[in-house]
Design a protein around this ligand. Sequence first.
Ligand code: ATP
Ligand code: MG
Length: 597
Amino acid sequence: MEQLKLPASLFILVPTVFSNKIRNFAIQILFIMSENITNEENKKSLNFIEAIVEKDLAEGKNGRRIQTRFPPEPNGYLHIGHAKAICMDFGIAQKYGGICNLRFDDTNPTKEDVEYVDSIMEDIQWLGYKWENVYYASDYFQQLWNFAIQLIEAGKAYIDEQSSEEIAKQKGTPTQPGVNSPYRNRPIEESLDLFKKMNKGEIPESAMVLRAKIDMANPNMHFRDPVIYRIINHPHHRTGTTWKVYPMYDFAHGQSDYFEGVTHSICTLEFEVHRPLYDWFIDQLKEQKTEDGDYRPRQFEFNRLNLTYTMMSKRKLLQLVQEKLVNGWDDPRMPTITGLRRRGYTSDAIRKFVDKIGYTKFEAIIDVALLEHAVREDLNVKAKRVSVVIDPLKLIIINYPEKKVEMMEAINNPEDETMGSHKIAFTRELYIEKEDFMEDAPKKFFRMTPGQEVRLKNAYIVKCTGIKKDLAGNIEEVYAEYDPQTKSGMPESNRKVKGTLHWVSVDHSIPAEVRLYDRLFKVENPAEDKEKDFRELLNPDSLIIQTNARAEKELENVKPFENFQFQRLGYFNVDPDSTTDKLVFNRTVSLKDSKKL
Ligand code: ATP
Ligand code: MG
């Protein structure tokens, strides 16, 4: 029996149907619900692929062997969509005692590069998975060539000399049969000879292709004599100039699965229509190789991950990088794994997110707020609380002794006692956030304003007594008096005040730069807008840099990628751009989803 986890389709309704407030509420509820379902049913709840695997194991298919592969094309960096595929491919193998290999689908040398190979390996490991072996489709170029020769010899493939436009024109439509190529019945010897010439570099690119001879009237268009080899005059990052002809995806993928012994070839829904052709080529291979008994790889498809305010096409992400619209593949605004890592996402948060959205057979778009919720939930229990003022305004406590320094106790994480506490220096001169002060405040402003008491986190209750302005009328300094009886921990500290502010000491703080990120695209579904160039849909305010932030001294010796919660502001991590002179932090996510749509 198939038992699905909380269907992602429920989540999908959330962004479009409801207003923002209801949407956020709904997201929380759905998370709680899904948590309960998972807890109650524990390991019983299976996604549909797990259900298939369990059935296959019960029936003893493929000698009860489970072998999967993750097959990226090394033509870009991995993104959050790939993480969904990775969790499936590696997750299934892990769960059922099988193996998962990493296979680079490197059949198009013009777009591929070792830089991508390296980054893909790094990202998979960072996500917490280990492959059994690393393979390359290019390892099979000889085997694939031999197979192509066998097809030609069997009269099942021929060299076509028409242009790709002519071939496309003859394809017909799903309800109308295609037209045979004039080269379809050329003698086998001629095709063999031309195919060899193609690979010797004697034929110009696009002048000829090798096509499988299947069925020009088949209702599945993929059967209408698909092109299986083309000429590419570009050195390959692994095989150099050995080959001039390269197999097409459909002629490489299933065969590679077969050569390796893959049992479950799991991919995304757009390949569903390719599946009959996948099976056809496997049939041809099996015909030639009878000793493999019942073994055959089978393809299964699940829904791609699409996220709101996000573009997932590798081609477009590459364009953003090349045109310097972002600062590289690891720009914290990118949906790439390396970008998310730099942004402060943890691999736990990403895996949990993937688990929550689940796997279905329906294409949909997931609210990016769910991804943000996942990282918030994860960092809430892991991140140390510290104080950083990102847009400082000087506050002078006029009745506090000038040279005095008090080391106040700050709890590291109220969610986890074992994380202990640290000390933060309190002095007469402090910084608070500019936006935490208002001269003429409305009634509901519970932060600092003349005459109103506020609490300084972990320290005293203070009351604003005056301000100093420059000639232009800008506030330069704020003055306040503290009540010595209200030190954190003293009975009087429980006095009711409506606001609590974070602060740092002027002399005991260090300079920092804080990078505040927002969504890279300003529209909910940038991939859908076909009218506009996707670059016009970029959010101009996706990065705001605060260069004058001040951080408490506790942050002096932090390491790149360390995560923190900045009191009242959100979750931040240390950017690798940090130097000993200046720390650089990225905002991973704010404390609450406060998006106004
Ligand atoms: P391209 O845009 O170049 O075709 P791709 O995004 O399909 O690339 P591949 O490198 O071919 O990337 O993908 C490797 C695997 O990751 C494939 O099995 C593919 O189905 C899966 N994958 C890619 N994008 C997503 C996504 N958004 N959601 C889930 N799986 C994905
Ligand atoms: Mg692909």
